[in-house]
Each structure stands twice: as C-alpha cells, then as structure tokens.
Design a protein around this ligand. Structure first.
Ligand SMILES: Nc1nc2c([nH]c(=O)n2[C@H]2C[C@H](O)[C@@H](COP(=O)(O)OP(=O)(O)OP(=O)(O)O)O2)c(=O)[nH]1
Length: 328
C-alpha cells in the first residue's frame, strides 16, 4: 500500500503505471464538508462509477500543475496551486491498468463547476460517501478524507479552560479526552464542559472509556474504546451517528476492531515512547505490515509527531495520534 514512483512494471506481464492526480474539491454547507464528484462515462476505464475530478499527469508536469489544468479543462474551476493541499498517494493495480493516484484537497477555487465533458457532477457530503460507488482505489482516499489527519490525545490533569487554550490552532482535528485518573462522575462533568470548548475550536470531541460514558454525554462526537473495553464486545456498542475508535497493538486487536465496525483504530507504539518503554516499537515497516489488507483507517501512535501525517499515510495509515506533539 506504500507509494511508489510511476516507473514502468518490468515484470513479464508488463502493465504500465499511469500517474493520475485527483482533487477532492471541498466546500462547507451547513457545517458539513462536501466534495465535488463526477460520474465517469460508460466507455471509460472504471466507467459508470463516481470519481474525483482530475486526470493523467503529463510527462514533465507536476501533480499540482496537472490538477490546475485538469480542473479547468474538466469542470471549469480555477484553482491556484496554493489552494491544493496534499492528502495521500497510493498505487492500485486494476489488473488491466496500474494507477498511481495523488489525492489533494482543493479548498481555494473560483468559478461554478460545470461538466465540460458532459459528465454529471454533484456535491456529496464527505461523511456519507459510499466507497462502493467509486473505483476500488478510492476506498482509502474516502477513508482519509472522512477522518481528521490528527487525533490530539489530552494529557494529565486536563481542565476545560486548559483545553480551550491548547486547542487553539488545531481546528479540523479530533480531540480524545483521555483522563484515566477520573471516575465516571468526574469524567462526565469534565466531558460536558469540554463539548462546547471543542466545538468552538472546530474540533471533534471523542470520549474515552466504556460506552456508558457517551450515553451520559451524548453531545460528544464519538467514543474511543481502550482495548480492555473493546475486547469484551461482540458488536458495535454505539450508533453509526457517532465515531468509534479502538486502541490496538497487534493484528488480532485490529481485526477485532474491524469486526466491531470501528471507524478507526490506533496502532502503537510506532516509535519508542517514554510512557511505554516496555513495548517494543513497530517501526513504520511494522506498522505498514499490520495495517496492510485491513479495511480500517489506522492512526499511528507512539513517538510520532504532528508532521508525520504524510509518513503515516505513506505506510497505509490515515494519520497520527498522540499527546506529546501538542500537549507539551
Ligand atoms: N479522475 C479520476 N480517476 C480515477 C479515480 N479513481 C481511479 O481509480 N481513477 C483511475 C481511473 C483511470 O484509470 C485513471 C484516470 O484516467 P483518466 O480519467 O485521465 O483517463 P481515462 O481512463 O478516462 O481515459 P484514457 O485517456 O485512458 O482513454 O485513474 C478518481 O477518483 N478520479
């Protein structure tokens, strides 16, 4: 699942790798993020399916320049390169064609979208995109778009006021309120105070612990199960209207999280950490080996930095989680 340059396959059944740049052209409607989606013509490769606008990168052209050109040619939008944020690069083998897809999020654009190649266009909510409507390579792209790149785990002794201070500058992230020192009553009081704080900061607030904690503070955005809670469950304990995460350390726990219908998992430790010196780090290759083949977005946790998002995604992850990179 790692990225690879668009070099030709030299194997016996040589299939050329086509380098394609695509954009999730993004807008906000009623507080929800929507992206522009087109339907591929029936005669095209992966015809009839939905796609993100974009196209092949010409020889000598950068992916960004290709996107600026394609978005104008295909959907009549003017997007400066500065309006493109890199999200993910992946390769996918369709058997008859191998594609390297570079996904960008386009936030700064002007013009009204129009299907210049007579392709139907629509704005769809990111949270409800159905990977089954898209080519297979888009599954991971959709998972990555639907989740924040960073999960900020709170440090010891957090208060609502301190959280308000610390969340400044982290809009768009997900905050995990982790307070192992608090009993349920104290946690409920703190969580209730933190819901508006996170909302004002533009962050999703995910509670940590047993499902009852979310039932007590239903305005939170989700629940993260420590492994000791997740292991005892046979099915998803909360509605799909909430985000569900699970802490995992090995393949068996990741597969269990996937069976539970989790929306994401943490996998740790990727690097050595002071908090768990007894656990041997997976390293990025170990991380990749565990998440490959899974159909579950996984955050890299343990000694990772806020800038390791691209590294995580290069190794099959959806982003990074941690305390150290934002709390200290
Ligand atoms: N534009 C776009 N292409 C995608 C997505 N997902 C995905 O697998 N692809 C694949 C389908 C195609 O094999 C390739 C894009 O090629 P293209 O649209 O420029 O060219 P094409 O195959 O339609 O036409 P041709 O020039 O090969 O005849 O990338 C996506 O979301 N958007």
């Amino acid at each position: 699942m790692s990225t690879s340059p668009s070099t030709p396959n030299t194997g016996p059944e040589s299939v050329k790798t086509v380098h394609v740049a695509v954009a999730a052209v993004s807008r906000h409607e009623g507080g929800r993020e929507q992206v522009l989606v087109a339907q591929r013509h029936a005669h095209q490769h992966q015809g009839g399916l939905l796609e993100f606008p974009g196209g092949k990168v010409e020889p000598g052209e950068s992916a960004e320049a290709a996107l600026v050109r394609e978005l104008d040619e295909e959907v009549g939008l003017r997007v400066p390169e500065s309006g493109l944020g890199f999200e993910l690069s992946l390769t996918h083998d369709y058997g008859d064609r191998r594609v390297q897809l570079d996904l960008y999020r386009a936030t700064g654009f002007s013009g009204e979208p129009q299907g210049r190649e007579d392709q139907p266009l629509m704005w769809l909510d990111v949270a409800t995109l159905d990977p089954g409507d898209f080519p297979a390579a888009n599954r991971r792209m959709i998972q990555v778009l639907a989740l924040p790149a960073r999960t900020l785990v709170t440090g010891a002794g957090v208060t609502a006021d301190e959280l308000a201070d610390r969340l400044r500058g982290w809009a768009g992230s997900q905050c995990l309120l982790r307070c192992p020192e608090l009993d349920d009553a104290a946690y409920q009081g703190l969580a209730s105070a933190c819901v508006p704080v996170a909302r004002n900061a533009g962050c999703a607030l995910v509670l940590h612990g047993a499902p009852e904690r979310l039932a007590a503070v239903p305005d939170a955005n989700g629940l993260h199960l420590p492994w000791r809670e997740a292991r005892a469950l046979m099915e998803r304990p909360i509605s799909s209207a909430y985000r569900l995460g699970v802490s995992c350390h090995d393949r068996a726990s990741l597969e269990h999280a996937q069976r539970l219908g989790a929306d994401y998992a943490f996998l740790s430790p990727v690097r050595p950490t002071a908090s768990h010196p007894e656990r041997s780090p997976l390293g990025w290759d170990g991380f990749e080996a565990l998440v490959a083949e899974l159909d579950l977005p996984v955050y890299a946790l343990g000694g990772v930095g806020g800038d390791d998002v691209v590294e995580s995604r290069r190794h099959g992850g959806c982003g990074v989680a941690g305390i150290g990179f934002w709390w200290h």
